[in-house]
Design a protein around this ligand. Sequence first.
Ligand code: 5U1
Length: 741
Amino acid sequence: MSDLFAEEARAEELRKLLQYHNHRYYVLDDPEIPDVEYDKLLRELQQIEADRPDLRTIDSPTQRVGGAALDAFEQVTHAIPMLSLDNAFDDDEFAAFDQRVKDRLSRSATVRYAAEPKLDGLAISLRYEQGVLVQAATRGDGTTGENVTANVRTIGSIPLRLSGNDYPEVLEVRGEIFMPKAGFDALNERQRAKGEKTFANPRNAAAGSLRQLDSKITATRPLAMYCYGLGEVVGHSMATSQSENMRLLANWGLPTSPELKVCKDSAECAAYFASIGERRDGLAYDIDGVVFKVDQVELQKQLGFVARAPRWAIAQKFPAQEQLTLLEAVEFQVGRTGALTPVARLKPVFVGGVTVSNATLHNMDEIERKDIRVGDTVIVRRAGDVIPEVVSAVLSDRPDDAKPIHMPEQCPVCESQVVRISGEAVARCTGGLFCQAQRKEAIKHFASRKAMDIDGLGDKIVEQLVDEQLIKDPADLFALDVATVAKLERMAEKSASNLISSLDKAKHTTLPRFLFSLGILGIGETMAMNIANTLGSLEAVQKLTLHDLVELKLSQAKAFLKYASALPKELRVPMMQPPMDLKWCSSAHIELLAEQYDSVADLLKQSPEALVNQPTISIEGLGDVLAEKLVMFFRQPHNQDVLNKLIAAGVQWPAIEKVDVSDSELSGLSFVLTGTLSQPRESYKARLLAAGAKVVGSVSKNTNYLVAGESAGSKLSKAESLGVPVLDEAAIEAMLAKSGF
Ligand code: 5U1
């Protein structure tokens, strides 16, 4: 076939492929390939059409914007077409755009750019007549969209009536509807609990929620919107710049991006792009780049439009976070708690700025739900510092010999049995610290920064020490000497001696750090702090019993006795799977009874009143499940040995001065910390916790104060919108000092 025919055939093939993927993306809200793959196909077709204009057809996907309107909704013809944006995939492409803009304008024009994050949602047009929201329409194909007014009316942040009275007779604004990340996670959680379809990402969730035929469903979905442009405006003059226009919209009560900034030249644009890129993961919503628009409306007019997009705007994209690659194999990694995590071995692929060859598959439920098999082409996602994950398989590309994935019955490291406790998503190796993998992870955790903070003891050294049987548990670390350590790979006399000094230094710790370092399942930093502050000493923690902590009510005791006769003779047997009728009965309750009564027969001799237990110690946040894990940990002879060895090696901490925080002014208040502070956030967190306050991750109406440092972003805007008081560093310092912390 000649090249000419080959090009024609490829153009036809690309048109069909793009049409198929357009339909999946825009109409079904169920994309099969990552955006970057779609962009590649589109660019290839654009290139062919640029070289061979005779191959450009009127229905080519290069000639249209977005997707076709759904039949289910009434159609709306946009008064002014809704355009899309050209993309720049790197700094050079942005520089070329900037140059094109300047080349088209007179030399005397000084171009400024209005910059804001590019939200990953779906475009919407809102039409206000006499200040009242009369119509909301999706972009559709840019000319005709879907009337989704009833659904948009349910979105809280979109005003049904504009504020003030100095607004245009007709005001059409355009913007992006999106679903904040936290809302997306909560929605998927709810969908999973109901056994309903979950969404692949916040964009699809937003699109699916907006196109509900029943607006009552949309009303339950956490949607939000930011406006970014104007459509038809009648009866009012608007400002002369994009940035001023956005301010006008905000004054009329419309939501606009709090991140909007005017950049005076391309260097400021580059700095803005970099700073948004750094803050991307911390933003409350997904973004995939930054949109730069020539700020001056007059210059925008001079620049005009090309087929799909304005010449005065560009979306500079972040490196793609999703790519396609081949799933070559699946291996199972054993973590600190014995949990087996399926890890995908991938054909190396460049994604999110790095080459990825391993990615998590989370757990077996996820693998089954997504129907992923070895040999599949899969979508790999790497967002920020998060571990890369396999998002889904491209089922239409599945080869006939793709192999289903099974959980091994034996631990791949120590060959102990693997069990899955009912109700838990993970399967675990039962080898405990006999398993080398669990041993390594337990020691890595012990040494980590928030635990014993052993400087210089990296993962590779721990692995060598365990592999060469130089250490078996964390306490063995303190018996190491310079000569032994110096023999390890990539170690020398100096580095070995540094490590031994840091081990010595690490012996002086604090009780909360020490408790956290033990790696007790479910006992994180804050819980370790609560336990230490409540009990004050290791001895008190070691003496804890389930009696001290677990409540057993009279009604529970009665129910328990009623069903006990059906239990096996040994009380602890049903621990793994409490009988269905005893849903209230956790393994902590069974253990509580089992430690007092030897058998079911003994138990049945008791009155319900005798079984009742009222806890005498209350540790904030410690429920039955954690209480059991804590008590059981200290009961294990092996753990007691390690603790004794650690104390004998000289691990120590200052006595905790038990302060009564109940009358501290900060006691019970809820704080959120954000932005850059002059001291590490951890240090403020520790002081606030010590004063009896709570430190939480996100702002809600229940937050008492937001402490905001430099460059605070979305949490600050949220606090302001909810009326949560905002403190600067001086104010929080003063509060802490006043309460003596
Ligand atoms: N932030 C932002 N997103 N976005 C998308 N601005 C923006 N502008 C757009 C689009 C499609 O179009 C302009 C041409 C108004």
